[in-house]
Design a protein around this ligand. Sequence first.
Ligand code: PFF
Length: 441
Amino acid sequence: MQSREKWRSSFGFVMAAAGSAVGLGNLWGFAYRSSQGGGLAFLLLYVLIVLLVCVPVLVGEMVLGRSTAASPFLAPSKAAGDSWKPLGWLFAIASCGILSFYAVIMGWTVDTFFHSLFVGLPSDISEAGAFFDRISTGKSVFIGQIISLLLTAFIVSAGVRGGIERLTRLCMPLLFGLLLLLAIWAAFLKGSWEGYSTFLLRWDASQLLEPGTIRNAFTQAFFSLSLGIGIMVAYSSYLDKNNKLPKEALGIVSFDTAVGLLAGMITFPIVISFGLTDVISESTVGALFIALPTGFANLGIFGRLIAGIFFGLAFIAAITSSISLLEVPVSSLMDQLNWERRKAVIVSTLIVFVIGIPSAISLDVLGNMDAIFNVLLILGGFLISILLGWVIPRKYDEDLALANSSYRVRKYLKFMLRWVSPPVIAIGLVISLTDLFQSWI
Ligand code: PFF
């Protein structure tokens, strides 16, 4: 057996976990989903789901990882017996599936980055469609996908400390600082206030009961927090006993939500200021790859520079997420088959590349992969809440007590994990599934 790696510091762990959470989902999903009619109702549902439902589950994933010191594939059965093996499979399948199409979108990001700096961006909406076709079809998609996967594999093969922690502790504060600057810049654009009020602050109470809005809030919460997929199990398996998990979970959640909001505060003023309203709610990726490049291009060479910074940042955000996705199959192969890290990285990356080919070729496939795997994350979250809340509740409590988390915090989390998370996630799962099937019919 190889000895298990450990994070260098608690800050490093939080940055790695926040790096997994903060990604394209924040930059594109948050703006897109809140603009689909939900507005403030979406935001409210999202925050409630995150705080009341996701935080206890997030802590649950962390406990599962730390207490078993096992990979996501083995942790559930190690903690609760062989009948929980399928959850390990779910983690492995979902992480490979998500990374397969995530890498394709990362490839578009690389392409847009190069267009911003060296080629040029669309100057109006009629050109924007052709621009999006160029980055999302043909050979360049494969090149982008392969570059993204190779970089991801390179970092993961350098290990937990030398690769993942080193990259994220540097990039996450940088990302946050630059996004903040961009949001301040966007606030001074003409129409910025109208942008916030149209998309983010519009209040319509009936949206609280709208299945589409509820599904959007659930999907965004789980996808954005990288929850229900075993990533936090993998990352926490490299933790020491003295980390205060609830505090760290709250740090991760706050960071992630702040970045989502910042992305909205950059996107919406640009959209209004340059008359791109229709684009943003039309397609899932419209905001990021159509509206923003067009908006930036309107500012001439300066705009292209800002676009370059923005898409460079988006890529950094994405890579700190993609490495966490790859870590799930990699650590699982290392654990289960006693493979070396390098071999596990090569095999996992190849599998992910092959699964991703259909998404690279067809936008429809990509959209469906996104929809299906998002539902699997919610299912994963539900099973984790049952496992830790009902099957091994003592482990949850004991593990948190190890690091002296206060009795009140433990009691609150245990209550929420048992009585609130499972039913609420179950409702979210049913609504999301129904909404998904209806969208197919
Ligand atoms: N949370 C990342 C994002 O918002 O882009 C992406 C992601 C990572 C999604 C891991 C899901 C996941 F399991």
